[in-house]
Design a protein around this ligand. Structure first.
Ligand code: 4G4
Length: 257
């Protein structure tokens, strides 16, 4: 898969996308990331990319002529969709990542400080995405988040070591807790069942702890996910186990275990 990013700060992309798993995958040719400087598409001698907003007001707006010249030059005659990263976009999710991973190519527009001209949004941008309800100085980090989330779903990018098998969101539940040696650390013990070698008991323990975490941290996920008979039974046990712990959810950071 090919990602193209249009930005005024190309240097922001060198570190994160060149390191670790994504860097290796790029070296192996499993994906490519091309970074384009929007300023290279300004034609005046000062290479101006922005101007004051019509109607007045604070801030600057990215000029439509410069940005569209960049988009059209990068897109060429391809039909690659253009994604604009903005807090006003649709909330990015694992589901959207999986959809984007089916595409051969994606063009990402990362604005910085300033909005882009509305006409570009309406006529050249296919999807507006937001990585969450918070404001950053630019769309560069969101673009990298989207690339990372999509890239790791591409065939061959993750080794067997960091496989997609058991992770959070894979089946709509949060991940179960993990432990490694030593079995006793500062007198804190690894749950007995995990040392037992009883695979069926281990599977049930992990399922229960997945459900516990989901119930305590993300009960919203249980609203949308269908539960098997076994899961419903465990969930009933858990609700009973935690029934005395009245808590206010959704305000402040959680500390549930
Ligand atoms: C405010 C308004 C995306 C901030 C417009 C971009 C967060 C996200 C910005 C913009 C961003 C997100 C699109 C230029 C830039 N912050 N939640 N910062 N632009 O995905």
């Amino acid at each position: 898969m090919r990602f193209d990013v249009l930005t005024l700060f190309p240097e922001m992309f060198t570190g994160p996308l060149g390191a670790s798993i994504i860097g290796k995958a790029r070296e192996r040719g499993l994906l490519s990331v091309e970074i384009w400087n929007i300023r290279d598409y300004a034609l005046d001698k000062h290479r101006t990319v922005d101007d004051t907003p019509y109607g007045g007001g604070a801030g600057m707006v990215l000029r439509p002529d410069v940005l569209v010249r960049a988009i059209e030059a990068v897109r060429g005659d391809s039909d690659a969709p253009v994604v604009y990263l903005t807090p006003q976009g649709r909330l990015f999710s694992q589901e959207i990542a999986a959809e984007l991973a089916q595409l051969p190519r994606l063009i990402l527009v990362a604005g910085h400080y300033e909005e882009i001209d509305e006409r570009v949004r309406q006529h050249w941008v296919d999807w507006e995405l937001s990585i969450g309800d918070y404001v950053l100085t630019g769309g560069e980090l969101p673009a990298m988040v989207v690339i990372d989330a999509v890239a790791r779903l591409l065939p061959g990018v993750l080794g067997t070591e960091s496989s997609l098998q058991d992770e959070s969101f894979q089946d709509g539940l949060l991940d179960y807790p993990q432990y490694t040696r030593p079995a006793s650390f500062r007198n804190l013990q690894v749950p007995e069942v995990l040392l037992s070698g009883h695979h069926e008991q281990i599977r049930r323990f992990r399922l229960k702890e997945s459900l516990r975490r989901t119930l305590l941290r993300r009960p919203d996920l249980l609203q949308t996910r269908a539960l098997s008979a076994e899961e419903s039974k465990i969930l009933t046990e858990l609700i009973e186990e935690h029934s005395c712990e009245g808590r206010v959810n959704g305000s402040g950071p959680y500390q549930d275990d």
